[in-house]
Design a protein around this ligand. Structure first.
Ligand code: CP3
Length: 358
């Protein structure tokens, strides 16, 4: 990285490394998104969601939009986890109201063997380009979080051809041809490692791995098909940039039952959805990792006073000391009013300093 301004607010990085902070840092999954009218306007100008992702200037614009409104402690790269399968040639598009769709699926040995591992500075160049533009425009205000999907979560989309209810094809392959599934996951782990390293090289200061569908697995299948690949990726990352450690957060939605296992995967932090009490989670993982979460995104439908009360409950449940990054338990819903997101963020600013004294 050249010409990057010094970081003015490093609360997020310190909390993830379990170093002392004056208050609890806060950001929101999907903080740039459809609940913001200015996001909808930029997306309209871009023409489509993919065009927005592939235009580094516009991706930068929407990344910064929530920071103009709210006192957030992190920016997250505007992109999607499905850029990798798209770069592998699967033909991603988004169908209004239905989510992502791939033109091609990956359901047999020939299709898996034919998949290339994309070079992130070639086929995916728009992503590190966006990271470079965002770092320049952030001017050191807050750290930039890069991200990718977990191999298992990416595999479900590639095998199903989009979102799914029963994961018929992916679970079918997992039970019937575990060897093939491993071959696909291994290739994806390689692609994700390269992709995240390129984001670090371009200027990402923290990373998050989204294992959105890890929670649909049995405990044994999770240990065999999801967790080891997160571990493989994390161990392959260049963990330093600008002389600082680049912390990694691993998020498995509905991963509560196996938090202890997740705590050993090499991540600095674990993302928690709202189905866990964050105090119990902290007792279970001990001082091995930081925890990110975990307000129910639907709590933001309630009135601001109610939102503040629930923020207070989560801060109290986590308790005193560092190692907590306040966030939602999953992405913010599109119907939420920005004022309600603001109430959550302001409540973290107001209520959290009391947990960081002495
Ligand atoms: O958090 C952020 O603000 C950064 C941007 C971000 C997006 N997608 C933008 C997006 C991030 C981190 C993601 C990750 C992502 N994408 C995940 C993992 C996180 C999670 O939510 O569990 C998954 C599973 C996807 C795949 C995906 N992308 C789906 C299923 C959809 C359609 C459903 C939906 O939420 O709209 C998308 C589209 C998408 N990705 C949008 C945004 C802002 C909405 C597109 C639009 O503008 O219409």
């Amino acid at each position: 990285m050249t010409s990057s301004a010094p970081l003015q607010n490093d609360l997020l990085l310190r909390a993830l490394l379990r170093e002392p902070t004056e208050r609890t840092p806060v950001w929101m999954m999907r903080q740039a998104g459809r609940y913001l009218p200015e996001y909808r306007a930029t997306r309209e100008r871009a023409g489509s969601f993919m065009a927005l992702c592939q235009n580094p200037e516009l991706a930068c614009e929407v990344t910064l939009q929530p920071l103009e409104r709210f006192r957030l402690d992190g920016a997250i790269l505007f992109s999607d986890i499905l850029t990798i399968p798209h770069a592998m040639g699967l033909g991603l598009h988004f169908v209004a109201g239905e989510g992502p769709r791939f033109e091609h699926t990956v359901r047999d040995e020939a299709a898996i063997d034919a998949l290339p591992v994309p070079d992130p500075e070639q086929e995916l160049r728009y992503v590190p380009d966006a990271v470079r533009v965002i770092r320049r425009e952030l001017q050191g205000r807050v750290p930039l979080i890069g991200f990718a999907g977990s191999p298992w979560t990416l595999a479900t989309y590639m095998i199903e051809g989009g979102s799914s209810k029963n994961y018929a094809w992916s679970k079918g392959m997992l039970y019937d041809r575990p060897d093939l599934m491993h071959r696909l996951l291994d290739k994806l782990a390689q692609a994700v490692t390269d992709y995240l390293n390129a984001q670090i090289a371009a200027g990402a200061q923290a990373l998050m791995i989204f294992d959105t569908w890890g929670g649909i697995l049995t405990p044994a299948a999770y240990r065999e098909f999801s967790l080891p690949y997160a571990e493989q990726i994390i161990s392959g990352l260049s963990k330093q940039a600008d002389g600082r450690r680049v912390p990694v957060t691993f998020f498995t939605k509905n991963g509560g039952p196996w938090l202890e296992d997740m705590a050993g995967c090499g991540a600095d932090g674990l993302g928690l959805d709202w189905t866990q009490d964050i105090g119990d989670a902290r007792r279970r993982v001990g001082d091995r990792v930081a925890l990110q979460g975990n307000l129910d995104p639907s709590a933001l439908y309630a009135a601001p006073d109610t939102i503040r009360r629930h923020v207070g409950d989560i801060l109290a449940a986590y308790g005193h000391g560092t190692g907590h990054v306040f966030n939602l338990g999953h992405g913010i819903h599109p119907e939420v009013s920005p004022e309600h997101a603001q109430a959550m963020i302001e409540a973290v600013h107001a209520l959290s300093p009391g947990y960081h004294q002495g």
